[in-house]
Design a protein around this ligand. Sequence first.
Ligand code: ADP
Ligand code: ADP
Ligand code: MG
Length: 483
Amino acid sequence: MSIRLEEIKPKRVMIVNRGEIASRVAKACRELGHTSVGLWTDNEPDAAHLEYCDEWVHLEGNGNAETYLDMAKLVALAKENNIDGVHPGYGFLSENGNFSTMLSEAGIIFIGPHNEAIKVMGDKATSKALARDAGVPVVPGTSEAVPTVKKALEVAEEIGYPILLKAVAGGGGRGMRACISPEEVQKNFEAVVRESTAAFGNGDLLVEKLIVNPHHIEVQIMADKKGNVYHFFERECSIQRRHQKIIEEAPSPFIGEDEELRRDICETAVKLARSVKYDSAGTVEFIMGEDKKFYFLEMNTRIQVEHPITEEITGVDLIICMIQSAFGDDLQIPSQEWIKKTGHAIECRICAEDPITMLPSPGVVTGFETNFPQGVRFDHCLYRGLEVTPDFDPMVGKLVAKGLVRDVAIRKMKAALAGLYIEGLKNNIPLHKVVMDDPVFNEGGYTTNYITDTAPQERIDKSIDFVSIYRKLAAAEARNMGM
Ligand code: ADP
Ligand code: ADP
Ligand code: MG
């Protein structure tokens, strides 16, 4: 069987984001023949993504609230510029149902799922109830907000400690606290309500069982507007700090060769997506215990940071599919069976953060060079002079390495990390180097407790060879100048 490419009518796509994802979307637009319209702000007039966009539009204002989060301003700009579709990237307005409603009222397509899916999945209580009703296993505990400490204590007693207090509106790893006793529930309840009210404007909490020694395993979904829903296998994202991912791999080393378990988790994700008539790129996240039982965590109704590792093992461009789906074009996927995985891919998130404390460390890039082995992918927004401000996410790039087997992917990642030079900006490359050398990581059975249990940050080589970095930068510069 072969499929012919349908002719695609060129569209105007505005990219309402910045950083590496804005470049990534612009590249996909170019491949499809769509015109990409990038935004520039006074904070970041030389943003790296502008290089890849066909047109640039000035987004006036200071800080995120007046720019990438100002929905009325963005919709007005899109109308002024005759935009057909808006790609929101991740973060910012990517999971904001009001934004997609405002766009559709203005006759503009939101490149993401339909509004109802965003709204239902955006809330950890309603999505959990929906998953349970669809026959998807959910973490024991409540699937509606728990209004008082008293009720929280009752639920905790029923499901047994340890438990997790979790904000229904939480995201980015925030709004969660584990409690091992009734005293801890007493102590933490009000604090989590306060924090999540401040961060998300919603203080509702769930109480759920804390799965011990768990694995974060998620399934990539892609769907079109004709009712086709596909999965693109799983990713393991158990290397986390503060409940946020820093290293991801596909396929999951914990699932390993257990094809039955793989099929089960992937088909469960498809079942959930079908139950909300899902019609775009999305990810169903699960938490898996030592016993390999898995439970639904949440669905992210957007493209995820770590989508490249799935692209590397399946050979499918997920951003392209997402754009095709939004405009009602064919996904060019003949059937689920055509989607095959080959090899193993690993992603290291390169963040402007102190590698030991793992806290954001804003600054200015004074030098940037790469010297990668064959076949490495680096999606990034780095350039000399880039200023990473506290306003933006500290992630500046995603280093992706692939091999036919996991060991080869690890070897390639080590070589890639050794060939990535970022000067002037504190970053977590030294931490990634330790993890790639670590026997626990290499063995592949690690859990979300990995950073806490193995403390790789304590093994960072503090005698980093800055001299050789400077020498390499100088040599590269001399080459560029034709010396
Ligand atoms: P992914 O699985 O795509 O990596 P993350 O949880 O790391 O998801 O979030 C992706 C991006 O979105 C990050 O830049 C993160 O800071 C941001 N983000 C996600 N949810 C929220 C939220 N509720 N509030 C603010 N930022 C968020
Ligand atoms: P967010 O929206 O912030 O991404 P998630 O529900 O996806 O929130 O959880 C983020 C991370 O927190 C998970 O990847 C996992 O490491 C941890 N976590 C969440 N729920 C549980 C649970 N019930 N038991 C153990 N760990 C959990
Ligand atoms: Mg999550």
